[in-house]
Structure formats: structure tokens, C-alpha cells
Design a protein around this ligand. Structure first.
Ligand code: ZN
Length: 283
């Protein structure tokens, strides 16, 4: 993909700052459901439940040139999300404010308890912040078979930004209410979770389309990279690799095919009104 010249000031790079040892988690309860984990490689509730966690200690050090380049790249992507969503919101007469993005390594504190690399990138609505350890992208390639490139990062950040958009539009709050009402079974709530995650994929597609229309960022192969990542983090692919079989009732993010489908729907329409995954999936 091509880079633009804009950079966001909403990126907090905590890599190289040392620490990560004793981090005190926030209050529990809603936190477990509050953190929207990008994919479930393991059990996020176990991690979030740990409260005061003693993650691996990291040494204070200078960042490498490559890491500084990644920071620039993430600042650029964050700015392009801010510009695109500010446009979409103002066209619809809605107030927009940007999310924060934290880059970390191994562990850091978040408004949803201790963030750890194993959780994968996630959005915490409590502090409206996206947490991302870049080592996730190595795993995406080595463990889940994605073809990873720059646009893979753009897709993942776009997906997490999509959760911020859902937060601003009140969607996450409504889901929280459903869950807390206790009226729905785990299977039902898993279906709601799938609709929620597919909508974040859809928003990532809308972002890609609208940003490309304005900035001409896309190069041949970029959309295929996003599709490869979307397929890699489909629940069926993750379950097959982790346990050797697929249990659709326990899906929380959608199948590989669904994730590709909704990203492409967002990309092809570029219109947020076409992204009612809840209506499409829960009827
Ligand atoms: Zn997600």
C-alpha cells in the first residue's frame, strides 16, 4: 500500500520503555465482556481475570529503525482512520471523536485490565483505546497461515477501529445490556458476538474503500492480503488448527468465508448503512 503524509498524535508507543512486570488489572465483571479481542487464541477471560499480573519483565531499550518505521506506519493508518470516520460521521450529522492506539510489547495496563500479547489486538471501550503488540502479525503468518504484508496491519487496525465506531454508535452498549440481562444463552450470545465482529470487518472494508477513494492508498494485492488475514482468523480455521474440528455453536467471530464476505461488502459498497450484520444474521 502507499503511505500518505499525515500522522496521528493519538498513538502511544510503549515499546522499549521497560516494565511489564507488575501490572494491576482494573475491576472485573464487565471487563471480560468489555474487551473486544480480535481473535480468540486461547481464553481471554483467563488472562483478564488474572488481575494483578506478573507478565514477563522487559528491559528499557532504544527502539530499532524498523520499530520506529512501524510507529510511523501505525500513526499514518490511525490518522487515515480518523479522517475517514470524521467524514462519515459529519455526513450523517453525528459527533466523532478519535480512539487512542497503544503499541506495547508483552504486557501493559489498559482500561480493561492487563493487556497481554497472547490476547491479540483488541479494543477497550472503557478507555476507548486499541491495544496492539506487533508480534501478533508474526503469529498470524506462522501459526494461522496468513500472507502478511502492510495492508494486513491496515485491515486489523481498521477492524479494531470498527469497534470504536460501534462504541460511538452505541452498538457495544446495547450488546452489553443484552448480555447483562441474563435472558440469552451462551449460544445466543455467541451469535450476537459473531454479528458484532463481522460488522467490525465490514467497517474495515468501508474504511479501505473510502480512504482509497480519497488518498489512492491501495496497490495490487492489498485487498487479497486483507482477505488472507480475514480467512486466517476465521473461527473455523482457528478451531481446526487448535483442536482439529469445528464447532459452529462456539463461534464468536465468524467463519473465514463470513469474515471475507463482510469485509468485501464494506469495501464494495463503501456505505456504513449496508452493514447491519445483526439484521442479516440474527433473524
Ligand atoms: Zn473484533
Amino acid at each position: 500500500m502507499k503511505w500518505t503524509n499525515d500522522r496521528s498524535d493519538n498513538v502511544d508507543d510503549r515499546r522499549g520503555s521497560g516494565g511489564g512486570g507488575m501490572l494491576v488489572g482494573g475491576g472485573l465483571g464487565t471487563i471480560i465482556i468489555a474487551a473486544i479481542v480480535f481473535f480468540l487464541g486461547g481464553d481471554p477471560s483467563a488472562i483478564l481475570n488474572s488481575g494483578a499480573s506478573s507478565g514477563p519483565q522487559t528491559e528499557q531499550r532504544d527502539l530499532t529503525q524498523e520499530e520506529l518505521g512501524i510507529r510511523e506506519f501505525v500513526r499514518m493508518l490511525t490518522k487515515e482512520n480518523e479522517k475517514t470516520w470524521a467524514n462519515v460521521f459529519s455526513q450523517n450529522g453525528i459527533q466523532f471523536h478519535p480512539a487512542k492506539v497503544v503499541l506495547f510489547e508483552s504486557a501493559t495496563s489498559s482500561g480493561c485490565g492487563t493487556a497481554q500479547s497472547e490476547m491479540g489486538p483488541f479494543y477497550c471501550p472503557n478507555d476507548e483505546t486499541i491495544y496492539m503488540d506487533m508480534s501478533f502479525f508474526n503469529e498470524l503468518q506462522s501459526k494461522f497461515g496468513a500472507k502478511v504484508g502492510q495492508f494486513t496491519v491496515a485491515y486489523v487496525l481498521g477492524h479494531e477501529y470498527g469497534h470504536h465506531i460501534q462504541n460511538l454508535l452505541g452498538t457495544l452498549g446495547k450488546i452489553d445490556q443484552l448480555r447483562q440481562s441474563g435472558r440469552y444463552s451462551e449460544t445466543d450470545m455467541n451469535r450476537v458476538s459473531v454479528a458484532n465482529e463481522l460488522q467490525a470487518d465490514f467497517y474495515a472494508g468501508v474504511w479501505a474503500k473510502q480512504t482509497d477513494s480519497r488518498e489512492k492508498i491501495l496497490e495490487p494485492g492489498d485487498i487479497q492480503e486483507a482477505m488472507s488475514a480475514a480467512a486466517a482468523v476465521g473461527d473455523d480455521n482457528i478451531q481446526k488448527r487448535a483442536q482439529g474440528y469445528v464447532n459452529q455453536e462456539s463461534f464468536t467471530h465468524g467463519s473465514s468465508a463470513q469474515r471475507e464476505e463482510w469485509f468485501m461488502k464494506g469495501y464494495n459498497t463503501g456505505d456504513i448503512r449496508q452493514g447491519d450484520t445483526f439484521d442479516a444474521l440474527l433473524k
